[in-house]
Design a protein around this ligand. Structure first.
Ligand code: AMP
Length: 541
């Protein structure tokens, strides 16, 4: 027997419609690259999103076609988010910090038809002029500026929406229709497109506002530091209108002083960003004892692990709690958060701070499992290693434009490439990327753990652990160390750092000193490059 309930497709347009009808009082504040502030409301955002959709239809944009943005967190970008998906086209956010050939690849792969670009990025547009895809028929500039000469029309955003109707006559789409597209950053190989649906986007935002996730309320004032080109700013452009929260959009000015000024002036209660942002903010706060938060906000961190001293520094020094989250482009991105459970509800703050290094537990809507090298689920004993796999309503089932990919298992899970332990409470801790873990005689050694330990040595500036070929054990860890200028530590003193801290069989067979280590565009150790350079290395003895 079927239930007797109404059925409405889960559409992105329904979110803004709700905010415009029921949350007039929320404030949407946007700062552009010059620092000037624009204030609006959800009804105004909705009206402009409708004008934009009508303007794009006039330019010939059809359902399913991709519309690119190269833009910061601003009000126009928010209007484009909702207008493009609302009309049935596909919002394709592009990271302006990628290399030119990566952007060219992504624009061509997506076959974008219109591209929105922030006025502050016009020099980038000039640089991209010779690689724009043939599918592109219009460029629209957000703000004022001199656009480079292009063979296709270049419009201004204000002109595109001026005179258009603000009627919010959003089409009723199939909820499985594509709503937006993001590419993985891909440190090896070409970026891969993840194509979100209206249904996955709405469900993901509903999960995002749950108490143990972002816990958003109508009275919150939310400042997404995470860019709107980084996995849909972790759902905040949808989650905020869903609950009627206010938003503060900081534009490209993300230095600690500018951010802190916005937090204070707009009474921000919640913010989300990557560890580098929060680490820089903490350093800036500590530089002057007069720097405080009048109303300490709640912070969420993800993207890489946040060192516990930073979490502790915010909590103990400023009364600012930080929630540790894990996610990835392929999962929209929210996968887990480290919020308390009944089992650790009574732990002291110090105990829980130490625990907050872990990435947490899944929320309803995603499921996690970790398999060892033989394909068996690992024990939840905080010790066994396995590769994390994920399944759920907002998890990709395939990549855009690719028929198959080994990331997707025959039984419907997605391999994350993250190696984890799981403890008795079901909390995961990422110990490495699968491609970087050292596979020594069937056992796995975490390269990240070894690197973190040796960084405590007073003479070590930078360290990387990569596998070296071993005739018996297959792989053994090789430690590459950059010494601090003016120091000359012995190899034995370096290896002594490990004593008593890890199992004996984990300890390096070899240590080599190097002048520098290669880094990727995002400042992470470029292990693929290192492994190539050291491929012929022979272990001593
Ligand atoms: P991206 O798709 O670019 O967002 O990258 C996703 C990857 O970032 C994950 O597979 C993890 O390796 C890493 N990552 C995300 N969040 C965390 C976290 N909280 N701690 C450690 N690594 C993380």
């Amino acid at each position: 027997m079927l239930g007797l309930m109404q059925e409405h497709p889960l559409l992105v347009s329904s979110i803004l419609r709700h905010a415009a009808r029921h949350h007039h009082g929320a404030r949407i504040i946007s700062q552009d690259h010059t620092g000037s502030i624009i204030r609006s409301t959800w009804p105004e955002i909705a009206a402009n999103a409708a004008r934009l959709a009508h303007g794009l239809a006039r330019l010939g944009v059809k359902r399913g076609e991709r519309v690119a943005t190269l833009a910061w967190n601003t009000t126009p970008h928010l209007e484009i988010y909702h207008g493009v998906s609302g009309m049935g086209a596909v919002l394709h956010t592009v990271n302006p910090r990628l290399f030119k050939d990566q952007i060219a690849f992504i624009l061509a792969d997506a076959a974008d038809v219109v591209m929105f670009i922030d006025a502050s990025l016009l020099p980038l547009l000039a640089n991209l002029a010779d690689v724009l895809p043939p599918s592109l028929h219009h460029v629209v500039v957000l703000g004022d500026g001199e656009a480079p000469a292009l063979p296709i029309p270049v419009l201004r955003y204000a002109d595109l929406i001026a005179g258009e109707s603000d009627a919010q006559d959003w089409p009723v789409l199939d909820e499985r229709a594509a709503s937006s597209l993001c590419y993985t950053s891909g440190t090896t190989g070409d970026p891969k497109g993840v194509l979100y649906s209206h249904r996955s986007t709405v469900l993901h935002a509903m999960a995002g506002v749950m108490p143990d996730v972002f816990g958003l309320r109508a009275v919150d004032v939310v400042l997404p530091v995470v860019p709107m080109f980084h996995v849909n700013a972790w759902s905040l452009p949808y989650a905020c209108p869903m609950v009627g929260a206010s938003m503060v959009l900081p534009g490209p000015k993300l230095d600690p002083a500018s951010l802190h000024a916005l937090f204070e002036a707009e009474r921000v209660t919640f913010s989300a960003g990557v560890p580098t942002i929060w680490t820089a903010l903490l350093q800036w706060l500590r530089a002057d004892p007069a720097r405080r938060f009048t109303n300490p906000p709640r912070l969420v961190v993800g993207g890489t692990a946040l060192p516990v001293p930073i979490t502790a520094g915010f909590a103990e020094g400023y009364g600012v709690p930080i929630l540790h989250a894990w996610g990835m482009t392929e999962i929209s991105p929210l996968g887990s958060t480290n919020a308390r459970k009944p089992e650790n509800a009574d732990w002291s703050d110090a105990e829980f701070l130490a625990y907050s290094r872990k990435q947490g537990r899944p929320h309803f809507g995603v499921d996690l499992r970790a398999l060892d090298g033989t394909g068996a689920p690992i024990a939840q004993d905080d010790k066994a290693y396995g590769e994390l796999e994920v399944q759920g309503h907002w998890v990709a089932s395939a990549y855009f434009n690719r028929e198959t990919d080994p990331a997707f298992t025959p039984d419907g899970w997605m391999r994350t490439g993250d190696v984890v332990t799981i403890d008795e409470l079901g909390c995961i801790e990422i110990v490495d990327r699968a491609k970087d873990v050292i596979k020594s005689g069937g056992e796995w050694i975490s390269s990240i753990t070894l690197e973190n330990i040796v960084l405590a040595h007073p003479d070590v500036q930078l360290a990387a652990v990569i596998p070296a070929h071993h005739p018996k054990w297959d792989e053994r860890p090789l430690l590459l160390v950059v010494r601090k200028p003016g120091t000359d530590p012995s190899k034995d003193s370096i290896l002594a750092t490990y004593e008593g801290r890890i199992a004996k069989w984990w300890v390096h067979d070899a240590v080599e000193f190097v002048d520098s280590l290669p880094l990727t565009a995002t400042g992470k150790l470029w292990k693929a490059e290192l492994k190539k350079a050291w491929a012929d290395y022979r272990l001593p003895g």
